[in-house]
Design a protein around this ligand. Structure first.
Ligand code: NDP
Ligand code: MG
Length: 393
């Protein structure tokens, strides 16, 4: 029996994780679940999965959470605040931590799990983008296993040789990594209408059902940019080792191209329960509630190259990745501010890339390595991005 903490249980990945866990009551027990704003859902989940702890990130709602817990008959201890998130991610009883808080808010609890040598199922890509080398070094030092949950990285992980030596593509007979992306809802939309894209349009992904932030990131392809950076860190790749391939059907989740001309791909329905189940059970496999692919029903699988004018955020992310840690931390921070402003109706869709670019341009190049420096760059970039955003509103 493995004990699991689900950080971000009330989100899209969190709900899918609890769904997979519920299918295997003899294999997994939930130790703690965490949420932020969706208190009722958090208590409903607690009622079903009976964790020891229910953690609310937002301290100001502690009394409300206590009252709701007793109304729902939840017997778990109710904890609040950032320190509690780190506690349930690193507690001695915990074997597996699903890191599924969205954005930079997930960095410290995810790092706590890494430092405590947990098996970390990494959905929260922003944590790795923000802290890169520090995150990977912490895992090496503690012996934590990082299992990629992002579907592309999970696919790459499944297509790599078993004895893959991280950072040594040539020695592993690998030519390159092909990172696939659907291109989002605006792949064929007339470019001259991009400034008019509504929140509702940007929040409806053609293939995946996800949280709002990552859905907007998919529409701008910043998501692919963050994934590009994520892949560099996870697999020890250089930027020239990765090619982004548009694949609108989201059936192939990514591929590894070998020097002999072979390409190994991982296919499946666009359902996050597949990578989640893979991460939970690795190196075994378990049932995930996902129907088998029916090849007689599959439409054509098509491929294309992303157009830079349509997806300026993708190139921004690749350039930041080449530049270094300060640039990727700042870009992630700016993008979180810009996406939130877009979701709140304060800026236009096309302003997201503008806020990101202008934030990077306004800040001097810098070398960062410590957690304190990273958090400081995150804070400073958010401030710059907010100023730029206010100017656009
Ligand atoms: P959601 O927005 O659906 O869920 C986010 C979770 O984080 C919720 O539990 C939310 O709580 C919690 N949360 C939000 N803000 C804070 C905060 N300040 N402090 C603590 N907790 C907070 O996102 P997704 O599930 O879609 O994505 C989660 C992560 O996984 C992201 O990093 C995303 O990039 C990554 N990912 C997601 C995929 C998907 O298919 N959804 C695919 C690949 C990666 P509440 O809802 O209660 O406010
Ligand atoms: Mg992905």
């Amino acid at each position: 029996m493995q004990t699991v903490t689900v950080l971000g249980a009330t989100g899209s990945i969190g709900c899918n994780t609890l769904d997979v866990i519920a299918r295997h009551p003899d294999a997994y027990r939930v130790f703690a679940i965490t949420g932020h704003s969706q208190l009722e859902l958090l208590m409903q989940q607690a009622k079903v999965c009976s964790p020891r702890y229910v953690v609310l990130a937002d301290e100001s709602r502690y009394q409300e959470a206590k009252a709701l817990a007793s109304e729902y008959g939840v017997t778990a201890d109710i904890l609040c605040g950032p320190a509690a998130l780190e506690d349930v991610a690193s507690a001695g009883e915990v074997d597996i931590v699903m890191a599924a808080i969205v954005g930079g808010a997930g960095l410290l609890p995810t790092l706590a799990a890494v430092k405590a040598a947990k098996k970390v199922l990494l959905a929260n890509k922003e944590a790795l983008v923000m802290s890169g080398a520090l995150f990977i070094d912490a895992a090496r030092q503690s012996g934590a296993s990082i299992l990629p949950i992002d579907s592309e990285h999970n696919a790459i992980f499944q297509c790599l040789p078993q004895d893959f030596n991280y950072g040594d593509l040539a020695g592993s007979g690998i030519h390159s990594i092909l990172l696939t992306g659907s291109g989002g809802p605006f792949r064929t939309r007339d470019l001259s209408t991009f400034a008019d894209i509504s929140v509702e349009e940007a929040c409806s992904h053609p293939n995946w059902d996800m949280g709002r932030k990552i859905t907007v990131d998919s529409a701008t392809m910043m998501n692919k940019g963050l994934e590009f950076i994520e892949a560099c860190w996870l697999f020890g790749l250089a930027t020239e080792d990765i090619t982004v391939v548009l694949h609108p059907q989201s059936t192939i989740h990514s591929m590894v191209q070998y020097v002999d001309g072979s390409v190994i791909a991982q296919l499946g329905h666009p359902d996050m329960r597949t990578p989640i189940a893979y991460g939970l059970a690795w190196p075994e496999r378990i049932e995930a509630g996902v129907a088998p692919l029916d090849f007689s029903q599959l439409a054509d699988l098509t491929f294309d190259t992303p157009c830079p004018e349509r997806y300026p955020n993708l190139q921004l992310a690749i350039d930041a990745c080449k530049e270094g840690q300060a640039a990727t931390t700042r870009l992630n921070a700016a993008n979180e501010v810009a996406v939130e402003a877009f979701l709140n109706g304060a800026i236009r869709f096309t302003d997201i890339a503008r806020v990101n670019q202008d934030t990077l341009n306004k800040m001097e190049p810098l070398t960062v390595s410590s957690l304190q420096q990273i958090l400081e760059q995150d804070r400073a970039a958010r401030e710059v991005a907010q100023q730029i955003t206010r100017g656009l509103t």
